[in-house]
Design a binder for this molecule. Structure first.
Ligand code: HEM
Length: 519
């Protein structure tokens, strides 16, 4: 009997091994070059993502240098270096779904971001996109963004003027964007921007949570553990981990509170919960329409994602922009001159409709978006049935493909001197053609629905900071951020001393350390 069982097991093992070898040796992706180890295991990528502090993107550049425009970077994944691939992968008509090997790592599985089912995705996007339309942003939140940015400039001037400690611009700007997204989506403000040193518990929690994303990408148990930490463990965790866990508790509590009485909320400010609730309908109506039922899990996951998506991206673009502007005296001079002329009395609020007509400010924001890349990690998509041609190469169905935004934004043919911050490149005759290569917000069916809110925030942040505060050049210029495989660019800590304009003697210090969550 025992011999029979052993034989059966040996046979199964043999079949598994032969199948694996067969798949390896006759894999249609074998014709694509790449490191040998990457053909066999995703742990090749994990080594750079996890053990080399998220250096995968930097390594991708090296791989393309060695192997050419298409590299097999994992058993089932190709990365493209040729910008033509961008249009093929992320086109408006693209039916390619997100690859869960990457997106499954995020601890908000019910959110729109992780959806792969095309029908569910279309239903979700139809609920979320109108909430962030330009009209909605202007009607509902512009005033709040202005007052939050006003608070930011006051706090900077009050607490970080000469003789006081320098401000951490990363924290300052993230506090601002976090307050805005939370107010807009949930009609409640954590007022992180008023927190001394801009280092509120909520930011500590976010900084602590982010490094777990690359870890969870390769070790799924991490994601499960993040969402299932039992209450009795919480007291023994470090303060920063407790802050991260508290974020989860906070969004669940918000969702629970809303569901307990969806009609109770203030009609003057519709939250994202209202949009999802009213758009979806509940009970039978929702089921009939093939839509979702509104569950606590869905609301909590969507909230958690929106808090990250709506804060980190905008602030990192602003930090990158500020650092480049401060390092380039001509850019700073030109920007300040344009703002001074358009905004003669800085104590009077200037509407977004004036700021968005300023050509140099707009060009500065575009250049900041280009050099911060939006989402830094390659946004992997699965080739649909029948296969597809990507940048002239036939790729079989089921293959995961991507081209990281930086391979477009730093391409020398499209953007000469790609490492230089040159707003002028957006102001040349014919520079409208460049717009299609600015892909920070993504393209196609999965592009960013928060683009209007983001632009509104960036106009008001850049406009107010450079109109109202004096900043000096950094002592040494350090590249603003390494492209790390957390979603947005991890900007190096930027400390600034600032003061209101007129008669101020301000210095800016740039630390050489990297962002907190890379240490
Ligand atoms: C400078 C600011 C921003 C940039 C550069 C940016 C960039 C992006 C990119 C590239 C994607 C596609 C991600 C992917 O396919 O993996 C995306 C998705 C998304 N963004 Fe943004 N974003 C910004 C701000 C915002 C804001 C303020 C919100 C508002 C809450 C937002 C909400 C979203 C949502 C909901 C998605 C998911 C869309 C989907 O999966 O179909 N983003 N963003």
């Amino acid at each position: 009997m025992t011999t029979h069982i052993t034989l059966v097991f040996a046979l199964i093992l043999l079949i598994v091994v032969v199948r694996a070898l067969f798949k390896q040796f006759f894999n249609p992706l074998n014709r694509f070059p790449g490191p040998r180890l990457a053909r066999w295991t995703r742990y090749y990528m994990a080594y750079y993502d996890v053990f080399k502090g998220g250096a995968w993107i930097e390594h991708l550049q090296e791989l393309h240098r060695l192997y050419g425009p298409v590299v097999r970077v994992a058993p089932n994944e190709l990365h493209f270096g040729d910008p033509r691939a961008y249009g093929d992968i992320y086109s408006t008509s693209s039916k390619f779904i997100k690859d869960l090997d990457m997106y499954g790592a995020f601890p908000f599985p019910e959110s729109v971001f992780v959806q792969t089912d095309p029908r569910q995705l279309a239903a979700r996007k139809a609920l979320i996109t109108p909430f962030f339309s330009k009209q909605a942003v202007l009607n509902q939140i512009e005033g709040n963004i202005r007052s939050t940015v006003e608070k930011l400039t006051c706090q900077l001037a009050k607490n970080h003027s000469p003789g006081q400690i320098p401000a951490n611009l990363n924290h300052a700007l993230r506090s601002t964007t976090f307050d805005v997204i939370t107010t807009y989506c949930f009609a409640t403000s954590p007022d992180a921007v008023s927190h001394p040193g801009f280092h509120s518990e909520v930011l500590i929690g976010m900084d602590t949570a982010l490094p777990y994303v690359p870890l969870a990408k390769h070790f799924r148990i991490v994601k499960v553990l993040i969402r299932k930490i039992p209450d009795w463990i919480t007291p023994v965790l470090s303060a920063s981990l407790r802050a991260a866990v508290k974020q989860l508790g906070d969004v669940e509590a918000m969702a629970e509170k809303f569901l307990a009485n969806p009609d109770a909320a203030d009609d003057s400010h519709r939250t994202i919960f209202h949009s999802l609730w009213e758009g979806t309908g509940t009970g039978e109506r929702a089921t009939k329409r093939g839509s979702h039922l509104v569950t606590k899990e869905w609301l909590a996951d969507e909230s958690l994602f929106l808090r990250f998506a709506g804060s980190d991206t905008v602030s990192s673009t602003c930090v990158v922009g500020c650092r480049y502007i401060l390092a380039e005296p001509t850019v700073l001079r030109e920007l300040v001159e344009e703002l001074d002329n358009a905004w003669p009395d800085k104590n009077v609020n200037l509407g977004i409709e004036v700021l968005e007509k300023l050509p140099y400010l707009t060009a500065v924001i575009k250049e900041s978006l280009r050099l911060s890349h939006g989402v830094v990690s390659p946004m992997t998509r699965i080739i649909s049935s029948g296969g597809a041609a990507i940048a002239g190469h036939f790729v079989p169905e089921g293959t995961s493909v991507a081209i990281a935004n930086s391979f477009v934004h730093l391409n020398t043919d499209i953007f000469p001197e790609p490492g230089c911050f040159l707003p002028e490149r957006w102001l040349q005759p014919g520079s409208q053609d460049l717009e299609k290569h600015l892909v920070a917000f993504g393209r196609g069916p999965r592009s960013c629905p928060g683009i209007n809110l983001a632009w509104c925030e960036m106009y008001l942040i850049f406009g107010s900071i450079f109109r109202k505060l004096n900043l000096t050049l950094p002592l040494t210029f350090v590249h603003p951020g390494k492209q790390r495989t957390v979603l947005s660019l991890c900007t190096q800590k930027t400390f600034c001393k600032l003061a209101p304009k007129k008669g101020c003697n301000i210095s800016t210090l740039v630390s050489s350390g990297s962002s907190q969550y890379l240490q």
